[in-house]
Design a protein. Structure first.
Length: 352
């Protein structure tokens, strides 16, 4: 018998799997056309399951433990092979190891915005993303419905399909929730738990369980967020007039920074003006606005008295302080002249 015949005829007596990848769901034991020895040792570690497939049919499923393969602990295989009690001949079967641990931190997110009718904002577009976790609860069903004959099946191979299922159900729930967009953050846990319960039957159909579903964020479009920010600032300012003052006070430091050559002087003036406006705003915000009394009209000022310098009302002929005459007429032409003038500016008459 040649070396190839020897290798081909070699019997498998130890079957096991150590996973060091972190994302493998199913791994097929590489039998390489070898036959399994009756009485071979099968090691199934914690968070694993071993599935024997006989000629395309799922046979026995082994939970964690150490097994010596005999007809007693392989009832389905014994029935399919029509083995009699005490059968000791080697046999051939495909062995799939299925990881049953919890696969966490898988990502989900809405590829396109979800249009919802918000009770406060009207029709808005929302985006959402988060994480979820899965666990294989029925290895036989999972192998039959999802894996097939794939010898190495990872979370990446099924993540796209699961994400589509999640987003489809979640967006429908979000549209029907009637929760205001401003109140969604406070309801993340409730929405997540309800979504997980709703989607669990779909996952069980594939032999899986949706172990967790977490909503990290539900966001509005940036332009809507800007409008909400402006409305919040107006609410803090009180009314439109005060909001204008608030915006002006915010713009003063920026104007002082762009002062060019006179930056230092402009900065100082900007700071001083900003402090004055801040004090004025604080006073206006803390005290109710009161109407200012109208100022009494001031009489128009006339010429000062040439003798004592006192300002007199326009048109006065004598000083209200010393009684000196404020104007006189030229004795020749009769035009008004200044009492201190020596000659009439109209006719040149000498005045005493």
């Amino acid at each position: 018998m040649g070396i190839l015949d020897f290798v081909k005829g070699e019997l498998i007596d130890v079957i096991g799997w150590l996973d060091d990848t972190g994302d493998t769901l199913v791994w097929r034991f590489p039998d390489q056309d070898h036959q399994i020895k009756m009485g071979a040792k099968l090691t199934v570690r914690e968070a694993q399951a071993a599935v024997f497939v006989n000629e395309g049919q799922i046979a026995d499923v082994f939970s964690p433990g150490l097994y010596s393969l005999t007809t007693q602990n392989m009832p389905v295989m014994t029935t399919l092979r029509s083995w009699k009690y005490g059968f000791e001949s080697p046999f051939k079967a495909e062995v799939y190891f299925v990881s049953t641990r919890n696969f966490l931190d898988l990502k989900w997110g809405t590829q396109n915005p979800v249009m919802v009718r918000d009770p406060e904002l009207g029709a808005v577009r929302l985006r959402a993303f988060g994480t979820y976790g899965i666990r294989v609860t029925d290895p036989g069903r999972f192998l039959k419905e999802v894996v097939g004959t794939d010898g190495a099946f990872t979370t990446e191979d099924i993540e796209g399909q699961l994400r589509s299922m999640l987003v489809s159900v979640f967006t429908g729930m979000l549209a029907k929730s009637q929760i205001a967009a401003l109140d969604l953050a406070a309801n993340y846990p409730t929405i997540g738990d309800k979504a997980r319960e709703t989607m669990e039957p779909d996952f069980q159909g594939y032999g899986l369980s949706l172990s967790r579903f977490v909503i990290e964020n539900i966001s509005l479009p940036p332009e809507v967020e800007k409008v909400l920010d402006a409305r919040s600032q107006m609410g803090l300012a009180g009314d439109l007039g005060r909001y204008t003052q608030f915006q002006t006070a915010q713009a003063i430091p920026e104007a002082a920074k762009s002062g060019g050559a006179g930056g230092a002087m402009g900065l100082g003036a900007g700071i001083a003006l900003g402090q004055q406006m801040a004090a004025s705003m604080a006073s206006n915000l803390s005290q109710p606005q009161r109407p200012q009394p109208a100022e009494a009209p001031q009489p128009a000022a006339g010429k000062p008295c040439p003798k004592c310098g006192t300002a007199n009302a326009a048109g006065a002929k004598f000083c209200s302080e010393c009684g000196a005459p404020l104007q006189q007429n030229c004795p020749q032409c009769g035009k008004p002249v200044d009492p201190t003038a020596k000659f009439c500016p109209e006719c040149g008459k000498a005045l005493k």
